[in-house]
Write a protein that binds this ligand. Structure first.
Ligand SMILES: Cc1cc2nc3c(=O)[nH]c(=O)nc-3n(C[C@H](O)[C@H](O)[C@H](O)COP(=O)(O)OP(=O)(O)OC[C@H]3O[C@@H](n4cnc5c(N)ncnc54)[C@H](O)[C@@H]3O)c2cc1C
Length: 512
């Protein structure tokens, strides 16, 4: 149906979300919270027969904003999802075998005279006088000690700037959001979509057909069908941009295990590099999430399961869950009246836990560009260019972990070292290498602190530092660095162990 000037401002009356994984339920929960139940009909179709990926258990701090928008009580949410807190990610064996660094959520030291802290540290380090950079990050120091607390109202103490995210059970999280959305008025339909019908006049989606024979019509369709991308690709043939040349891992096997009975529950995700790919470890209250992300070109499924089970700390729970993908992005995340959110929109591997954030960010963009029946192409174009830009920056950040490495002990790592990366990433690495300078561009997701953590952790050593650091005398520089280091260590000392913090505020009601 061609829109006329009379009806182009007409409101959307029926939103149909296909897919009830994390993406579907995050979208449904936000829509019902923001639009309320009287604005339009919101329907979600999911199929138990097909199931969800059941991974996606580590997050980044932006998820707190999502919880705030929904008005979620954080302690209640952690209890119900067997959650734990996350202060960063530890990368083991990435720079070289035997190496370890934490990418923390939160600053290193403090900016002085408008110059980023790490320039002062670089000078100190070049003179061989200071401990490693990690000792200046409260998040990293506390993480290594198994400590956690929420930020305190304590002026300019580092304790007032604690930044954190969560680990949780992905299935319980989707259930939690489903209860939230359904209670508030989202209509849930259990059923398998077997066909998608397009309007002959303009190619917009008109309806989806369920296995039961029911036809569900809508004005706006949200494709949350995961890697299947049933609407955006299956029906609309939108096209895909393949990035597997720079991110060759295309498979994962996930297998949770029982947790070791220890006193310490570490508040960080672990990513341990392997001969090819890497293994994640995500500590929850009731179990540990594990998975091996690998390139199928270099590692067989049998080898992957063997490597993963050998490195697991406890008895496996359930069967291996294999996930396969093509790395890259849909050419248009929003095409006509169909918006793809979640894995259907594209995927870069989970090394920096960005999947759920991208869902959140797609929902935020959809809300700010929310359509009327007219579906203005300029709005759709804005959505698509913002999405593309956002994922390209994230891709580059993840590629950095593979590109900047001293490892050459396998064909995989030799490929990564030699691969050609985007001009933008190469420029970032070159500028840092020269004088330690880092710039955040275009409101990209990862800040200067994140880029610093990974470039430093991966072993890039700048040739120089910011010249204005020399404004401070050497004695003054040494005094300030020592003071900051001691404030960080003392702050960490005052923090409780994460296990005690959880026991006090948000212990899960059941152990499984
Ligand atoms: C190996 C791996 C590890 C990850 N780790 C993280 C992480 O640590 N942190 C993070 O933030 N993100 C992570 N992600 C990403 C995260 O898991 C996903 O972004 C998130 O789970 C959203 O998935 P989804 O809802 O798009 O897809 P899915 O979970 O696959 O859900 C698809 C839904 O569509 C339904 N469906 C499909 N076809 C039909 C049909 N024909 N009819 C009806 N319904 C249908 C299914 O039943 C299901 O409900 C990871 C991803 C992978 C692959």
């Amino acid at each position: 149906m061609k829109q006329t000037t009379e009806n182009r401002q007409d409101k959307i009356n029926r939103i149909v979300i296909v897919g009830g994984g994390t993406a579907g339920w995050m979208t449904a929960a936000t829509l019902i919270k923001v639009l309320g139940k009287n604005y339009c009909d919101i329907r979600l179709i999911e199929s138990d027969q097909i199931g969800t990926v059941s991974v996606g258990e580590a997050t980044i701090p932006q998820i707190k904003l999502f919880n705030q928008i929904l008005g979620i009580d954080e302690n209640d949410f952690i209890k119900k999802t067997q959650g734990s807190f996350k202060l960063g990610i530890e990368f083991i064996d990435w720079h070289k075998k035997g190496s370890s660094y934490v990418h923390p959520f939160g600053d290193y030291g403090t900016t002085m005279n408008a110059i980023q802290f790490h320039h002062y540290w670089l000078k100190g380090q070049q003179q061989g006088k200071v401990p490693d950079l990690e000792g200046y990050s409260l998040a990293a120091v506390a993480a290594r000690q198994g400590k956690f607390m929420r930020p305190q109202n304590m002026g300019n103490s580092p304790l007032s700037q604690i930044n954190y995210a969560f680990h949780f059970d992905a299935t319980l999280y989707a259930d939690y959001l489903r209860d939230f959305a359904v209670e508030r008025g989202v209509n849930r339909t259990e059923g398998k979509v077997t066909d998608v019908s397009l309007r002959s006049s303009d190619g917009f989606i008109d309806s989806v057909l369920l296995e039961t024979g029911e036809r569900v019509e809508g004005d706006l369709f949200v494709d949350c069908t995961g890697f299947k991308a049933l609407l955006i690709e299956g029906a609309m043939k939108t096209g895909f941009v393949d990035w597997s040349d720079v991110l060759p891992c295309d498979t994962a096997v996930a297998m949770p295990c029982k947790a070791k009975d220890t006193e310490v529950l570490y508040p960080y995700t672990q990513a341990k590099a392997q001969k090819a790919g890497w293994i994640w470890r995500i500590p929850l209250q009731h179990r540990v999430g594990n998975g091996y992300v690998y390139p199928s070109k270099f590692v067989s499924d049998e080898e992957a399961v063997k490597t993963l089970t050998e490195q697991m700390e406890g008895e496996p729970i359930g069967e291996p869950n294999f996930l396969r993908w093509k790395t890259g992005i849909r050419k248009k995340g929003w095409n006509k009246n169909c918006v793809a959110i979640g894995l259907s929109a594209g995927f870069v591997e989970p090394l920096e836990s960005t999947g759920l954030h991208l869902i959140q960010s797609s929902i935020a963009k959809l809300m700010s560009l929310f359509p009327h029946q007219g579906f203005d192409q300029v709005d759709i174009d804005a959505y698509n260019s913002q999405s593309r830009n956002e994922l390209e920056y994230i891709r580059d950040f993840i590629v950095l972990h593979y590109k900047a490495t001293d490892r050459d002990d396998s064909e995989f790592w030799r490929y990564c070292k030699e691969m050609k990366v985007s001009k933008r990433l190469q420029a970032k690495m070159d500028v840092y290498q020269a004088n330690g300078r880092i710039f955040r561009q275009d409101n990209e997701l990862f800040t200067e602190v994140s880029w610093l953590a990974v470039m430093h952790g991966q072993g890039i050593i700048p040739n120089g530092y910011h010249p204005l650091v020399d404004v401070l005398s050497e004695e003054e520089l040494a005094r300030r660095l020592a003071h900051i280091h001691s404030v960080i260590q003392k702050s960490a000392e005052t923090m409780p162990m994460q296990k005690d913090f959880i026991a006090q505020y948000c212990k899960a009601l059941h152990s499984t």
